[in-house]
Design a protein around this ligand. Structure first.
Ligand code: ADP
Ligand code: MG
Length: 322
C-alpha cells in the first residue's frame, strides 16, 4: 500500500508546485474564501496552505489521507467532473507518501484536530485548537524518493513554477483572496473582491490591466468571460495566456489557438497576447482527462467552443476601434 502510494505520488506530485496546486484546489473545493500559501526554500523545505473552508472532522482524517477515498463524488454528474475538477482522492495520500505532512483542521473553529504523517504512515492524531478551516504543512518533500529530488530544476525555477500556478489559480478565482509568501516575503496578495481586472493588475501590473479588453460571450453550452490584451501589448511566449475551465486552470492548445485567431493578422510574427479566459461549461461536456495532473482536458464540442472564443475576441478588438 505504501509503495503503491509512492508510485501514485510520482504521477500526481512531480514537484513542489504540484503540491501547492493540489492543496490550493482542495481549499477551493472546501469553499474557502481566504487561502494563504507559504513556502520555504522553493517549497523543498516547507509548503503550507491554510484555508478558512469547511474543515475535516476528526473521524474523517484517515479517509482524507487514503487513496481513492474522495468524498466529493456525490452523484452521477460528479463522476464526469473527475477529469477537470480533480476529484480523484489521490492528492493527499500521494503528498503524505513522499513527505512529512501535518494537518491542523477544524470544522467549527473551536475544537480541532492535529495529525502527522511521514512517508505515508500516520504518526499521531490529537485534539488541538484551530481556527475554522484547514492548514496542511508539508516538510522535506521527496525525502524518501531521491530520484524525484534529482529530477527537480533549480530552486529559482521551482519557485517560478509555484508562482505561476498560484497566479493562474488566482486569475481563475477573483472571488477568493489568495496570498503567496516565499521565505517570509509576500509575492502575491489578491483582495478576493471578484474583480478580475484587479487580479490582473496584481499579477501583470496596473498598466497591462488598464489596457486589457473585456471578452464576453455565450452560447447554449458555454459561457465566456475574460480579458485580452490589445495587439500592441503582446509577449514573446504563450505563458501569459491562461484558460480556465469551470474554475480550473487547463492547458489546451486548440483553445489557445482559437483565442489567437481572434486577432486575425494583428499578431504579426511570433507574438502572443496576454489573456485570461474563464469558460463555464456543463461538466458533461468535459471528457476524461488525458494527463494525470489534469491540466490537459478534452472537450466535446471543442470546435464550437473554439469558434465562440475566436468570435468573442475579434468582437472585443473591433469594439475597441470604434
Ligand atoms: P480529492 O480532492 O480528489 O477528493 P484529495 O486527496 O485531494 O482528494 O483530498 C481527499 C479528501 O480530503 C477530500 O475529498 C476532502 O474531503 C478532504 N480535504 C482535503 N483537503 C481539504 C481541505 N483543505 N478542507 C477540507 N477538506 C479537505
Ligand atoms: Mg484534491
Amino acid at each position: 500500500e505504501n509503495l503503491t502510494n509512492q508510485i501514485a505520488a510520482g504521477e500526481v506530485i512531480e514537484r513542489p508546485a504540484s503540491v501547492v496546486k493540489e492543496l490550493v484546489e482542495n481549499a477551493i473545493d472546501a469553499e474557502a474564501t481566504r487561502i494563504r500559501v507559504e513556502v520555504l526554500k522553493s517549497g523543498l523545505t516547507q509548503i503550507s496552505v491554510q484555508d478558512n473552508g469547511i474543515g475535516i472532522a476528526p473521524d474523517q482524517i484517515d479517509l482524507a489521507f487514503m487513496r481513492h477515498a474522495t468524498s466529493k463524488i456525490k452523484n452521477e454528474r460528479d463522476l464526469f467532473n473527475i477529469a477537470t475538477l480533480g476529484f480523484r482522492g489521490e492528492a493527499l495520500a500521494s503528498i503524505a507518501a513522499v513527505s512529512h505532512a501535518e494537518i491542523l483542521t477544524s470544522t467549527d473553529g473551536q475544537i480541532g484536530t492535529k495529525a502527522g504523517f511521514s512517508g505515508g504512515i500516520k504518526n499521531f492524531q490529537e485534539d488541538a485548537g484551530s481556527p475554522k478551516g484547514t492548514k496542511i504543512t508539508v516538510r522535506d518533500l521527496f525525502y524518501n524518493t531521491p530520484a524525484r529530488l534529482k529530477y527537480l530544476k533549480s530552486p529559482k525555477t521551482e519557485l517560478l513554477k509555484i508562482v505561476d500556478i498560484v497566479d493562474r489559480i488566482a486569475l481563475g478565482h477573483p472571488e477568493i483572496s489568495l496570498t503567496l509568501a516565499s521565505d517570509g516575503k509576500v509575492l502575491l496578495r489578491t483582495p478576493g473582491n471578484g474583480n478580475l481586472k484587479q487580479d490582473v493588475a496584481n499579477i501583470y501590473g496596473r498598466k497591462v490591466a488598464e489596457e486589457m479588453l473585456t471578452v464576453e460571450s455565450e452560447d447554449p453550452d458555454f459561457t465566456l468571460y475574460g480579458l485580452v490584451s490589445q495587439p500592441d501589448l503582446t509577449r514573446s511566449n504563450r505563458n501569459f495566456i491562461s484558460i480556465l475551465l469551470n474554475g480550473r486552470y487547463i492547458k489546451n492548445y486548440q483553445l489557445a489557438a482559437a483565442l489567437m485567431d481572434g486577432y486575425g493578422t494583428q499578431l504579426a510574427g511570433k507574438k502572443y497576447p496576454i489573456a485570461v479566459l474563464a469558460i463555464e461549461a456543463d461538466p458533461l461536456l468535459v471528457d476524461v482527462n488525458v494527463h494525470p495532473t489534469k491540466e490537459e482536458v478534452r472537450l466535446s464540442k471543442e470546435k464550437e467552443l473554439s469558434r465562440l472564443i475566436t468570435g468573442a475576441v475579434s468582437q472585443a478588438l473591433l469594439g475597441q476601434e470604434e
